[in-house]
Design a protein around this ligand. Structure first.
Ligand SMILES: [Zn+2]
Length: 396
């Protein structure tokens, strides 16, 4: 495990608490406490999904900004073919990857059956579709590293074998639900790859039981709909919160979060997710007590009064959340892992979350987000930013 730096560029990052600071990445003490908490919650899980972002977001005394950018650039600009980075990691993980070694070396992706269950995990190297990946940005090829072709064939094969699939990756498709600066929002994949990903899910929705992605450091979810019926939900993606509390530098409102980890309970035969329990650390409290007291933040089914977690129940929840402010407040509180007051997210912000959850396609997201008037949208954004600043001052 790599120690993340404790320095940063916030108000007083030179003196972070024992477990870190909202302006900084996770120090080793925080990472270790998260692993210890996971171990005490469930010492023997069937498997662990490690959703990435292991490199530093900020510079410190060990890493200059230039060094951090250098590392991130070499990890981001992944050529869509065998390369030094993937080859070295593949060699490192050779025993774990077994017969997926070659595929991993080629595309950084692999699939694995989970022993004694019907579940298989398909891990996708979505950096290949990342719009900041200079190696694929200019490539006219519609399928760099033939990743879509491999995913399509793999999902077909798993369906034939009657397996139940969890797709996992780091950078998700769709739009970041916290970015309010532009009507079109902020997204990560190149548009053509975002579209192809949606088509992949639509084609294989029957075998995909859940998708797990990260990168936003926030707690949210996304819905995928039938290609022929835009109101028929067929699949869902859970976005998992980060252990790092680091305040996103993307814009003021994207903000920080409390550290969070998750325990997912599932049916080993059907692959259906039965419960998602999120545990969190109140970072301010942990630092003042000098003790990391990880607590249950919420159980998904009880928090949202769901009998089951599936595309239909999540769609119904989302529709209710659109008009039921108390329910939206619960979702919004969870979104930053119990850090931000939902008061900061008023009508336009609420609409943006709704659009991000229900419209993974960029153009459809834009249409959804542009549906409200520009003047109320701008006012809503300013109010939200003002409330954020107030809250930080109160907290400080
Ligand atoms: Zn990331």
């Amino acid at each position: 495990m790599i120690e993340s730096p404790t320095g940063g560029s916030g108000p007083d990052p030179s003196q972070p608490g024992t477990f870190g600071d909202y302006e900084c990445d996770a120090p080793l003490a925080l990472v270790e406490s998260a692993v210890d908490a996971m171990k005490s919650l469930h010492p023997d899980p069937d498997f662990i999904l490690w959703t990435g972002d292991d490199t530093a977001h900020v510079d410190d005394k060990y890493f200059s900004t230039a060094k951090v950018v250098d590392i991130i650039t070499s990890l981001t600009n992944v050529p869509p073919k065998e390369n030094e980075l993937q080859t070295q990691v593949a060699d490192l993980w050779k025993d774990w990857l077994a017969d997926e070694y070659g595929q991993f070396k080629f595309s950084g992706s692999y699939s694995r059956d989970i022993s004694n269950t019907s579940v298989s995990v398909v891990a996708l190297n979505t950096l290949i579709w990342y719009k900041s990946n200079q190696e694929t940005a200019s490539v006219s090829d519609d399928d760099p590293a033939q990743l879509f072709e491999w995913a399509d064939a793999t999902l077909s094969d798993l369906a034939k074998r009657k397996r139940k699939v969890y797709i996992m990756g780091h950078i998700p498709p769709g739009t970041f639900e916290r970015y309010q600066q532009k009507k079109e929002g902020f997204h990560w994949y190149q548009d053509r790859f975002n579209k192809k990903y949606i088509e992949l899910v639509q084609k294989h929705a029957a075998v995909i039981k859940a998708q797990f992605f990260a990168h936003h450091h926030t707690d949210s979810f996304r819905l995928f709909f039938d290609a022929a019926n835009a109101t028929h939900p067929i699949s869902y993606m859970l976005l998992v919160p980060g252990v790092t509390p680091w305040r996103s530098s993307l814009s003021e409102e994207t903000g920080a979060n409390n550290p969070g980890i998750r325990l997912v309970t599932y049916d080993t035969d059907t692959g259906l997710v039965k419960e998602v329990s999120t545990y969190y650390l109140d970072l301010t409290q942990a630092n003042s007590n000098e003790k990391a007291n990880w607590k249950l933040e919420y159980n998904f089914t009880t928090e949202y009064h769901l009998k089951a977690i599936n595309p239909t129940t999540l769609y119904n929840l989302t529709k209710t959340m659109k008009t039921n402010r108390a329910l939206f407040d619960r979702y919004y509180t969870a979104n930053t892992v119990s850090l931000e007051d939902p008061e900061v997210c008023q009508a336009q912000c609420q609409q943006l979350h709704w659009c991000a959850i229900t419209e993974v396609d960029y153009e459809r997201f834009y249409q959804c987000n542009a549906a409200s008037s520009m003047s109320s949208w701008a006012a809503g954004t300013l109010a939200a930013v003002g409330a954020l600043v107030l809250r930080h001052r109160q907290a400080g």
